[in-house]
Design a binder for this molecule. Structure first.
Ligand code: PCA
Length: 326
């Protein structure tokens, strides 16, 4: 009797394991690089909560903000290798690996929310294909607010940037520094406040959002609202981890991703307006660029687009042609 009961228990256990019921809850880590209070990070937490609710707790995603799990440049490889099942990256960081990743980091190619959406539409199928080859899927994308220049002193033209220590976050923002004669120093957002406080950098080109997140207003009192480009963060998932989910859970992830993309765009626009107000409230002069500064930076943008096209080849040409189609 005892032996038969044992046999029966083993059979039931085997069945449960085979059907996946015995391991009903899946836990994922999602690595991100920006502070918990940043709008992208808040959106990620909402995304994870939506999935938790929709799956009745079957898929639990822990968001590790502020580069707590992996540093910004390491997140892509961590998701690819499955060290984190999911992660958020800024595409422009990976331009050296593949030029198409850097298209939305080029000055003045797509310089408004509408243009940024248009660029994303033509970039998306290319990104999906490349990421699939690398064992990942793209869940959603959200643009940062438009990028402008923070400095300690007033800027009349790009010549005033000569020799100053310029914080870059991507290959393109380093290239801008080179072209204007500044000294590029790559520092990711998680270390930006410290780099400023210790004098490692004294200017940067980023959004109002990061100006508030990293309290740039404490030492940088001028913000030139160039609205030069809107780099995108994308949320990636390891393909094997995604495929291991049952169909209803996969659907819940995709549905939550769609909602997160729409919510992220609305948040980005709201944060753009609010953060410029917060900068002003903290003593920053938020100014339109002078005609000379604008013209200088446009020239930088033209050079960079040319350089990008040379490196990006036929794929880059296809992207720009599709983007320029009315
Ligand atoms: N903030 C991020 C990237 C773009 C932005 O607006 C940063 O400065 O690192």
């Amino acid at each position: 009797m005892k032996r038969r009961l044992f046999a029966l228990t083993s059979a039931v256990t085997a069945l449960l394991l085979a059907s996946g019921i015995a391991s009903a809850q899946t836990k994922w880590d999602l690595a991100s690089a920006y502070p918990a209070t940043n709008f992208h990070s808040e959106n990620l937490v909402q995304f994870a909560n939506d999935i938790d609710k929709a799956t009745g707790g079957k898929l639990k995603i822990t968001v590790h903000a502020n580069a707590a799990l992996f540093k910004a440049p390491e997140i892509k490889r961590a998701v690819q290798g499955g060290q984190a099942q999911a992660g958020e990256i800024i595409l422009a960081n990976f331009q050296n690996e593949w030029q198409i990743y850097g298209a939305d980091g080029l000055p003045f190619l797509a310089d408004s929310y509408d243009e940024s959406n248009k660029l994303y539409k033509v970039q998306k199928p290319m990104l999906e294909k490349k990421l699939a080859e690398q064992g990942m899927s793209l869940l959603y994308a959200v643009a940062w607010p438009p990028q402008g220049i923070y400095t300690k002193k007033p800027l009349n033209s790009a010549a005033d940037l000569k020799g100053i220590k310029w914080r870059a976050y991507s290959p393109a923002t380093s290239r801008i520094a080179e072209l204007v004669g500044a000294q590029p120093v790559t520092v990711q957002a998680a270390e930006l406040s410290q780099a400023l406080a210790t004098g490692v950098v004294e200017s940067t080109m980023t959004s109002g959002a990061t100006g508030v997140d990293s309290k740039l207003y404490e030492s940088l009192k001028y913000y030139y609202d160039l609205q030069a480009w809107l780099p995108k963060n994308v949320v990636l998932v390891n393909k094997k981890a995604f495929e291991a989910l049952d169909k209803p859970t996969q659907d819940a992830v995709l549905t939550a991703a769609l909602a997160a993309e729409a919510r992220g765009l609305t948040a980005s626009k709201r944060v753009n307006t609010e953060s410029l107000e917060k900068l002003k409230a903290n003593g920053v002069q938020v100014l339109p660029p002078s005609a000379a500064l604008k013209a200088d930076m446009k020239k930088v943008g033209d050079t960079m687009l040319k350089e990008w096209q040379e490196k990006a080849g036929p794929e880059g040409k296809a992207l720009i042609d599709a983007f320029n189609k009315p």
